[in-house]
Ligand binder design. Structure first.
Ligand code: NOJ
Length: 553
C-alpha cells in the first residue's frame, strides 16, 4: 500500500477530534470557551496526534440547542470570538498540519433566524417557501419525535398565518425546505464560504431528515446530496462530507451514493457503535464480529467513521428492547442516567467505573476497527460526566486541563464533574507526566494507527479465537498484515489463532515490547484481563518491523 494514498485520501485513516469551542478553553476570562483559547491549545492537539478537528457549531445562536440552532450561517457567535479570531485559528491549525471540518446544520435554522422571521411574516413572504408549511399536517407518528421529553409533534401551529411549520427537532428549529432551489443554492453558498476560509469539509447534521423532509417534492432527494458533494469537490477535491446517518446498514448505503460513492464521503457507524456497547455489556465478542460480518464495504474512496461516544446521548435505538436493557443494566441503571427512552447521557470512563484497563482496551478496539476513528474531546484523558447538567449537556462539560480545572479563571459556562472524575483527579497536566496514563495510551494508539493504514482501509477478516470474550481480526493490504486481538473480559485467556499465509512470520506487538512466531500456521497468544494486542506480521529476517510498517507496502 503506497503511503501517498493516505495523503490523497487523507480522511480514510484520519484521526478526527470533535470539540465545542464553547467548552474547550476560555481565552478572555469570561467563563466561555473561545477561538483564542482554542488556538492556544493547538500544540496539545498536535502532540496528541490527531489529524482533523471537527468543530461543533460556532455560529450566532440563541443557544437553545447548544448552537445547533443557528441565526446566521456566515458568522461567528460573538461569545466565541470574531471572524478574525477564526482565521488566526485556521492558520495555526494548518501550520501544525491539522485539517478542520465543521458542523453543517442546514436541516433547520433557529426560529430567530431572519429567514424564518421573514418566512413566517405572511403567506406571501418571498421566503415563505424556504420552510415547510402545511394547512393540515398528517397526524404524528410517535417514532418521528426525536426529543420526546420536550416535544409531542413535529408540526407547530404558527398563529399569525394559521399554518403549521415542520420541525424535525425542537419547535424552535423550523426545517428548511431543500426542495426549493433557492434554499439549495444558499446551502451551497454556506459551504463555499467556509471552504474559502480553509475548511476541509463538513460533518453534516441530521442527513436523513434533511433530504426526507422534501417528500415527493424532488424527483430524487439523494440527488441533492450528490449535487452538494459535486459542488464541494469542484471547489476543493479533497474536501469531505461526514454524515450523521443513524440507519440500518441496508438503508444507509444509499447515503454514500450506492455503488458510485458520490454523496457522503463518510458515514458514522451508529450500528457498529451500538453493538460495541452490547459487546461491552456482555463481555463478549459476538456483537462486534457481527458488525464486521454484515457491515457493507463502503463504495470506493468512501469510508466508515467509527466512534464509541459523541456529544449526544449514547443512543441504543437500533438494539432490541432486551439488548438495550442489557446495556442500561450494565452502564446506566439509574433513571437519571437514561434519556429519551433510548440512550444514556454518560461518558465511557464513568460507565466503566474508571477501570483503566477496560477503558484502554475499549479505545484500542476502536482504533483497530476498520474505519476512521472519531473521538470526543476529553475522551483522551478519561473525563467523566456531570449528571447535574441538563439532558445531553451532562457530557459537554469544560475540558479539564489541570488540577484546578484550567478551563477558565471565571465561573465556567457549564458545571464541572466532581468526585473521582473531578479535575483534581482527571486532567491533562498530570497525565502528560504519567507514562501509564490514558493520555499516553491515546498518543501510542494514534501513532500506531497512523503507521498501519491497512487497519483503516485494508481487507478485514474476523478470526476464530475459540473464546467468547476474545475478538480477533486481521487487516491485509498489498501484502502487509496487521492482526488485532482484544479480550473483552476481566479474566485472562489463552487463544490459538490460525493465520493463513503467515507461517514462519514474526509478529511484533506494536503496543508492547514483545515478538512471537507463527509456527505451523498458528500462534498461541496469552491475553491478560482486558488485554489488547496489535500484531504486525513480517517474514523472519526481514527489516525491523517498526520500519516495515511504513515502507513494506
Ligand atoms: C444532531 C446533533 O448531533 C444534535 O446535537 C442536535 O440536537 C440535533 N442534530 C439537531 O440539530
Amino acid at each position: 500500500m503506497r503511503l501517498t494514498y493516505t495523503s490523497d485520501l487523507w480522511y480514510k485513516n484520519a484521526v478526527i477530534y470533535c470539540l465545542d469551542v464553547e467548552t474547550y478553553k476560555d481565552g478572555n476570562g469570561d467563563g466561555v470557551g473561545d477561538f483564542r483559547g482554542l488556538t492556544q491549545q493547538i500544540d496539545y492537539l498536535h502532540s496528541l496526534g490527531i489529524t482533523c478537528l471537527w468543530l461543533m457549531p460556532f455560529f450566532p445562536t440563541p443557544n437553545k440547542d447548544d448552537g445547533y440552532d443557528i441565526t446566521d450561517f456566515y458568522s461567528i457567535d460573538p461569545r466565541l470570538g470574531t471572524l478574525g479570531d477564526f482565521v488566526e485559528f485556521m492558520r495555526t491549525a494548518k501550520d501544525r498540519g491539522i485539517r478542520v471540518i465543521a458542523d453543517l446544520v442546514v436541516n433547520h435554522t433557529s426560529d430567530q433566524h431572519p429567514w424564518f422571521k421573514e418566512s413566517r411574516s405572511s403567506k406571501d413572504s418571498p421566503l415563505r417557501d424556504w420552510y415547510v408549511w402545511s394547512d393540515k399536517p398528517e397526524p404524528d407518528d410517535p417514532s418521528q419525535i426525536v426529543f420526546p421529553d420536550k416535544e409531542n409533534s413535529i408540526w407547530q401551529l404558527d398563529k399569525k398565518t394559521g399554518q403549521y411549520y415542520l420541525h424535525s427537532f425542537y419547535r424552535h428549529q423550523p426545517d428548511l425546505n431543500v426542495a426549493n432551489p433557492e434554499v439549495r443554492d444558499e446551502i451551497a453558498r454556506v459551504l463555499g464560504f467556509w471552504m474559502e476560509l480553509g475548511l476541509s469539509g463538513f460533518r453534516v447534521d441530521a442527513v436523513p431528515f434533511l433530504i426526507e423532509n422534501v417528500g415527493d417534492k424532488l424527483p430524487d432527494p439523494h440527488a441533492f446530496l450528490a449535487d452538494l458533494r459535486a459542488f464541494m469537490s469542484r471547489r476543493e477535491g479533497g474536501a469531505v462530507l461526514l454524515g450523521e446517518v443513524n440507519m440500518p446498514y441496508k438503508d444507509l448505503v444509499s447515503y454514500f451514493g450506492d455503488g458510485n460513492g458520490d454523496q457522503l464521503t463518510m458515514c458514522f457507524d451508529f450500528i457498529g457503535m451500538q453493538r460495541a456497547w452490547l459487546a461491552f455489556a456482555r463481555s463478549e465478542a459476538g456483537p462486534i464480529s457481527q458488525t464486521l460480518g454484515d457491515r457493507p464495504k463502503p463504495p470506493k474512496d468512501c469510508q466508515w467513521a467509527t466512534f464509541l461516544r459523541n456529544h449526544d446521548e449514547l443512543t441504543l435505538d437500533k438494539l432490541t428492547d432486551e439488548e438495550r436493557q442489557e446495556v442500561f443494566d450494565a452502564f446506566g441503571p439509574d433513571k437519571d442516567m437514561q434519556i429519551y427512552g433510548r440512550g444514556l447521557r454518560r461518558r465511557l470512563p464513568a460507565m466503566f467505573g474508571g477501570d483503566l484497563r477496560r477503558i484502554k482496551m475499549a479505545y484500542s478496539l476502536l482504533f483497530s476497527m476498520p474505519g476512521t476513528p472519531v473521538i470526543f474531546y476529553g475522551e483522551e484523558i478519561g473525563m467523566g460526566d456531570n449528571l447535574d447538567e441538563e439532558g445531553r449537556m451532562a457530557v459537554r462539560t469544560p475540558m479539564q486541563w489541570s488540577q484546578s480545572g484550567g478551563f477558565s479563571d471565571a465561573p465556567p459556562v457549564r458545571g464541572i464533574p466532581g468526585g473521582s472524575f473531578a479535575p483534581e483527579r482527571v486532567n491533562v497536566a498530570d497525565q502528560k507526566r504519567d507514562p501509564d496514563s490514558l493520555l499516553r495510551w491515546f498518543q501510542l494508539l494514534i501513532e500506531r494507527y497512523r503507521e498501519c493504514p491497512e487497519l483503516a482501509w485494508g481487507d478485514n477478516t474476523v478470526l476464530e479465537t475459540g473464546h467468547p470474550s476474545v475478538f480477533a481480526h486481521r487487516c491485509d493490504a498489498d501484502g502487509a498484515t496487521v492482526v488485532a486481538v482484544h479480550n473483552l473480559s476481566d479474566i485472562a485467556a489463552e487463544i490459538d489463532l490460525a493465520l493463513e499465509g503467515l507461517d514462519g512470520c514474526v509478529l511484533t506487538d506494536l503496543l508492547a515490547d514483545e515478538t512471537m512466531e507463527v509456527a505451523d500456521g498458528t500462534v498461541r497468544l496469552p491475553m491478560s484481563p482486558h488485554g489488547c494486542r496489535w500484531l504486525r506480521a513480517a517474514p523472519r529476517g526481514d527489516m525491523p518491523p517498526e520500519d516495515a510498517s511504513i515502507i513494506a507496502h
